[in-house]
Design a protein around this ligand. Sequence first.
Ligand SMILES: Nc1ncnc2c1ncn2[C@@H]1O[C@H](COP(=O)(O)OP(=O)(O)OP(=O)(O)O)[C@@H](O)[C@H]1O
Ligand SMILES: [Mg+2]
Length: 357
Amino acid sequence: MNNVLNSGSVLEVLRPVQDPELRKSLVEMNMIRNIKIEEGKVSFTLVLTTPACPLREFIVEDCQKAVKKLPGVTDVLVEVTAETPQQKSVPARTGVPGVKNIIAISSGKGGVGKSTIAVNVAVALAQAGAKVGLLDADIYGPNDPTMLGLADAQMLVRTSKQGEILEPAFSYGVKLVSMGFLIDRDQPVIWRGPMLNGVIRQFLYQVQWGELDYLIVDMPPGTGDAQLTLTQAVPMAGAVIVTTPQTVALLDSRKGLRMFQQMNVPVLGIVENMSYFIPPDMPDKRYDIFGSGGGAKTAAELEVPLLGCVPLEISTRIGGDSGVPIVVGDPNSASAKALTAIAQTIAAKVSVAALLA
Ligand SMILES: Nc1ncnc2c1ncn2[C@@H]1O[C@H](COP(=O)(O)OP(=O)(O)OP(=O)(O)O)[C@@H](O)[C@H]1O
Ligand SMILES: [Mg+2]
């Protein structure tokens, strides 16, 4: 080992430290930058592959341990930042300029919690420091404005040379585009497929999204026109399938999964929502109302990862209705912790896929 304390010897001791998900050397992936040495104090920047990295502390600790092995080192300061990679391009699909990764939150069945998961995952990613957009693709029953506390907000529509440009509404660090801003809340939307297709395309390409690490798409239930338009139009980093523990949900999940696979969209995994009930007055108790292990079983049968399980909690429903997502309103609740962990897992998987592509 080189015993002199300089940036070369620091890089040398850091070279064996790996990013646990990429299984590659941090040094070789250019994730260690800006090394400075002042007497025994070593500082450097660790550039993670997502601001929502689930293993942040673990990697920092590994780096510190490695550098402390060098003689003369008294302190190791690690400044952590992130650069989210751009998802790989797909032939014949047009990406959204400035948007690095598009992720769909989907389900075969209605009412399983897609919007709840989409909203909380989006806010959790923003809380981690990512630039996030949310596209409410539920044209007939848009719920995201209410869930983000934007029920009375508006989207600005500007006319430019390219036609109408929409400016997203903004809440809890998330830019939101939704049909809910453009229609009368009490009027049903009656549209046919081609019109719906047009709206989804407008929500993708004629919106001032700006720079985004993640565009989360909250899908309507099923495998209909919205899913088809989206998967045919843009390249997607992946889809997340939301299910509930009942065995009857398995069949619907399988249909949803097959659709994405047929369209060559990678399925990132399954989220089991309403996994078990936590009574608010007995937070240490849990009741398996819909049975248990359904999500794990579904994931195993469909050969995709189980990304996490979210309990059924009254505060999560109230959070949705009152426009204060549970990851904001009660970040220490079991649901908020599960949702934050799911957001991190999704972010990590998307970055690994982009970098290993
Ligand atoms: N983990 C949970 N705990 C408590 N309530 C929940 C949970 N997940 C969802 N809900 C509630 O269940 C209802 C349905 O959830 P949500 O609207 O997210 O489902 P969805 O799949 O988006 O429905 P749709 O198919 O109509 O779009 C909402 O009232 C929501 O607040
Ligand atoms: Mg919904």
